[in-house]
Design a protein around this ligand. Structure first.
Ligand code: PBG
Length: 323
C-alpha cells in the first residue's frame, strides 16, 4: 500500500519527531582534533591556508589540549615540525623531539585526553617523502626500522595510540613487533590503512611543512580510483596487528568507508582532511556557504557512511555547535 496511506512527511513534522527517528547522531565523543607542534615557546602561528589552525609550540599545545578536553573531545593527534630535517628523519626519534616533549607535557597536565601520534617520516625528512630514499626511490624495507623506532619513542614519551600514515608495506607488523619487544604490547595501533594519493592534502603540507621536494606520493599512497584495493590494504594491516583502521581522505571516499565498515568488525576512523576543511572555510569566508550547517552536514555524512571516529579540524567548532 502506498500513497495516500504512506506519508513519510508525517515523521518530519516537528524537531521532536525528527529527533526521535534520527538514525545518525553526531557527538563530540567521536572526534579527534589534529594539532601541529613546533619548537620554541609562546609560538602560535596561523596556517594561512587553514584559518583557525595553528602551528604551536609545546606550551601552547597544552593550553589548546585543555580546551579540547573541556569540549568533550576524547583525543588529539599530534604532528611534529622539527627544528632540523635530514634524509632519514632522525629528528623524529629524539627523546626531546617536538612530539615527544609535547606528549610529556600533556601527560604532566593530567588531562583526560587520548594522545595519538602520527607516525611518518615526511615531516622530518629534507626531501619530504614518507620514507628513506635509495636509488631515487622511496625504499620500503629500510624505512620500516625507522618507523618502528619512531613509534617506540612516542610510546616511551607516553602516547596512548600510534597511527602510522606512511603507507609502506609491512609497517604495522614492524611497529607491533618493536612495541611488543619493549613491553608496549597493550599500546593500540590505528593504521592509516586506506590512504589515497590526494590533492586534498594540499593545505596540510603547508601546515606540516612536508611537501615532497621531488616527484609525488603515487608509488606508496593509493590510487583514488580503487576501492577493492582498500579492502586488501585493511585486511593486511589487520593481519599485521592493527587494532583500528582509517580511511583518508573522507569526503571523496564515503563508499570506501561504507565498504570497510561492512566487511570488517574493527573500529573505523575517517580523516576529514585539510583540503576538505579549507574548502568549507574559504566558501564560508566569501559568504557562499553557511559554515556551521555544511560542516555538521559533512561530519554527519562521514558518520552515516560508517566512521565511528572522525579526525577533523572542525572538531572544536563542531563540539561547540553540538552543545
Ligand atoms: C603524512 C600525513 C599527511 C596527512 C596526515 N599525515 C599528508 C600527506 O600524506 O601528504 C594529511 C592530513 C591532512 O591533509 O589534513 N604524514
Amino acid at each position: 500500500m502506498s500513497f495516500p496511506v504512506q506519508r513519510p512527511r508525517r515523521l518530519r513534522k516537528t524537531e521532536l519527531l525528527r529527533g526521535l527517528v534520527r538514525e545518525t547522531r553526531l557527538s563530540a565523543a567521536s572526534f579527534v582534533y589534529p594539532l601541529f607542534v613546533c619548537s620554541g615557546s609562546g609560538v602560535r602561528q596561523e596556517v594561512s591556508s587553514m584559518p583557525g589552525v595553528f602551528q604551536q609550540s609545546v606550551d601552547r599545545i597544552v593550553e589548546d589540549c585543555r580546551e579540547v578536553e573541556s569540549l568533550g573531545i576524547p583525543g588529539i593527534i599530534l604532528f611534529g615540525l622539527p627544528e632540523k630535517k635530514d634524509p632519514r628523519g632522525a629528528s623524529s626519534l629524539q627523546k626531546d623531539g617536538v612530539v615527544q616533549r609535547a606528549i610529556e607535557l600533556i601527560r604532566q597536565a593530567k588531562l583526560n585526553l587520548l594522545v595519538i601520534t602520527d607516525v611518518c617520516l615526511c615531516e622530518y625528512t629534507d626531501h619530504g617523502h614518507c620514507g628513506v630514499i635509495e636509488n631515487n626511490e622511496v625504499a620500503n624495507d629500510p624505512t620500516l626500522a625507522v618507523l618502528a623506532e619512531q613509534a617506540l619513542s612516542h610510546a616511551r614519551a607516553g602516547a596512548d595510540i600510534v597511527a602510522p600514515s606512511d603507507m609502506m608495506d609491512g609497517r604495522v607488523a614492524a611497529i607491533r613487533k618493536k612495541l611488543d619487544e619493549n613491553n608496549f604490547q597493550d599500546l593500540p595501533i590505528l593504521s592509516y590503512a586506506a590512504k589515497y594519493c590526494s590533492g586534498f592534502y594540499g593545505p596540510f603540507r603547508e601546515a606540516a611543512d612536508s611537501t615532497p621536494q621531488f616527484g609525488d606520493r603515487r608509488s606508496y599512497q593509493m590510487d583514488p580510483a580503487n576501492s577493492r584495493e582498500a579492502l586488501r590494504e585493511v585486511a593486511l594491516d589487520l593481519q599485521e596487528g592493527a587494532d583500528m583502521i582509517m580511511v583518508k581522505p573522507a569526503l571523496p571516499y564515503l563508499d570506501v568507508i561504507s565498504r570497510v565498515r561492512q566487511e570488517f568488525s574493527v573500529p573505523v576512523a575517517a580523516y576529514n582532511v585539510s583540503g576538505e576543511y579549507s574548502m568549507v572555510k574559504a566558501a564560508a569566508q566569501k559568504g557562499w556557504l553557511d559554515e556551521k550547517r555544511v560542516a555538521l552536514e559533512i561530519l554527519t555524512g562521514i558518520k552515516r557512511a560508517g566512521a565511528g571516529i572522525i579526525l577533523t579540524y572542525h572538531a572544536k567548532d563542531a563540539a561547540r555547535w553540538l552543545k
